[in-house]
Ligand binder design. Structure first.
Ligand code: FAD
Length: 398
């Protein structure tokens, strides 16, 4: 990946990270910077696309700062200028945030839209530069030691089957996680998953460098238009998977894009859809699913850590990847990869992410009725300074 392959891959590392999305990239980068002998494996060759709204909210950019990722990698994608919310009854609230043009990157109010094709490849490149071994391998199963602890992975590389051993494996392999399945972590039921789709457009108008959220319509879900440089935009629609509309998401998205009555139409009339729409599930967090087992940790979507109201998961993926790296280093220091030592990762993720996931779950349950958004929109609009307060909250959602 990133021009590499399984060539040079050894059969033993200190840590294996499976999956090179934001969770795996962050974990591998942290570990490599700390001098840990880490292999970062992905079934895809990079750069690769990932169905996503591409929004790096202000928490996500804050974490990029903590990861000391070179901001020059994202210089082509300037910070957003604000956020606007459209409610089903026609209330429009939000504002610019007035972030100073010369503010340092990855500091307050810095939210960006960076296509995952570039974002994930940039993290992988940073991890590789820090010393991680990066290779294209599809994990197919887990290796076990005599005591039953995870001891590495079996997989398929360009040269055929591989078996790679490590005392610790971090599963950052997303929705279809082989590592999560291998340690017996079940997927949440459909009332606790989402489904979202997105397409890129060219020639969007009037976005003013702001992100636009359109709530309501088909049950608990929303549409979005996130601006990209040069009149491009990431346009998408997401729903909780047990909503009746979820099985016709494609039709609903088509209407969102093309119907003259769509609230998105003023921005998209005359725009050209560039490439196919791509849908993918969202694994909402958090229902006490374990994030560790002897010899293994989970991070990001593999651990079901997507925010249940906004559907965003990059921040949670970065944060849980950083946490997994921290626990991995402690386990390496202690030479102990047992359940008690690794449970530190569960506790930290609960402390750092749990409160926000619980809050979003609470709001999601109460916003089943789209009219609730109208009441919310009117209340914010009536509040002195309300729209200006709302914008940074929306920018924080990624
Ligand atoms: C349409 C849509 C819009 C979204 N919009 C946003 C947004 O705007 N902002 C936001 O913050 N979040 C958004 N999300 C959620 C976000 O995309 C995910 O939460 C995020 O990608 C999780 O990162 P991750 O690293 O855990 O997993 P992923 O990004 O899914 O990465 C997993 C990686 O593992 C690899 N992999 C999988 N199986 C294997 C295997 N067996 N062996 C080796 N490698 C494997 C995959 O190739 C992939 O590279 C959106 C999701 C969808 C579907």
């Amino acid at each position: 990946m990133v021009g590499g392959s399984a060539a040079g891959l050894r059969d033993r590392y200190e840590v294996i990270v499976v999956g090179a999305g934001p969770a795996g990239g962050a974990a591998a980068l942290r570990l490599a910077r700390a001098g840990v002998d880490v292999a970062l494996l992905d079934r895809a060759a990079f750069p690769r696309d990932k169905s996503c709204g591409d929004l790096l909210g202000t928490w996500a950019t804050h974490l990029l700062g903590r990861l000391r990722v070179d901001p020059a990698r994202f210089a082509a994608y300037p910070p957003l200028d604000g956020a606007i919310l459209y409610t089903p009854g026609g209330c429009v609230v939000g504002a610019g945030v007035g972030r100073a043009a010369d503010a340092p990157p990855f500091t307050a109010l810095d939210a960006r839209v960076v296509p995952r094709l570039h974002f994930d490849a940039a993290l992988v490149a940073e991890a590789r530069a820090a010393g991680a071994t990066v290779a294209t391998v599809r994990a197919t199963g887990l290796l076990r030691d005599a005591g039953g602890a995870v001891a590495g992975i079996r997989g398929q590389g360009p040269g055929g089957e591989v078996a790679i051993r490590a005392p610790l494996t971090i599963g950052a392999d997303g929705w279809t996680s082989v590592v999560a399945r291998g340690i017996g972590v079940a997927r949440a039921a459909s009332d606790w998953t989402g489904l979202a789709t997105r397409a890129y457009v060219e020639g969007a108008r009037g976005l003013d460098g702001r992100m636009h959220f359109f709530v309501g319509g088909p049950g608990r879900g929303y549409g979005w238009i996130f601006p990209l440089p040069g009149g491009g935009a990431n346009v998408g629609l997401g729903l909780v998977a047990d909503e009746p509309g979820a099985n016709r998401l494609g039709d609903l998205f088509d209407r969102f894009l093309h119907d003259p009555a769509s609230p998105a139409r003023p921005f998209l009339a005359g725009a050209r859809v560039a490439g196919p729409a791509r849908a993918w599930p969202l694994a909402f967090g958090w229902r006490d699913t374990p994030l560790s087992a002897p010899g293994a940790l989970l991070a990001g979507d593999a651990g079901s850590l997507v925010s249940p109201l906004s559907g965003s998961g990059i921040h949670n993926a970065l944060a849980s990847g950083i946490s997994a790296a921290r626990t991995a280093r402690r386990a390496l220091r202690l030479g102990d990869f047992g359940a008690d030592t690794l449970r530190e990762h569960d506790r930290r993720c609960r402390r750092v992410l749990g409160w926000r996931l619980a809050l979003e779950a609470w709001f999601q349950a109460r916003l089943r009725d789209p009219r609730a958004f109208d009441r919310f929109g009117r209340a914010v609009a009536a509040l002195p300074g309300g729209p200006r307060l709302l914008a940074p909250i929306l920018l924080n959602l990624g």
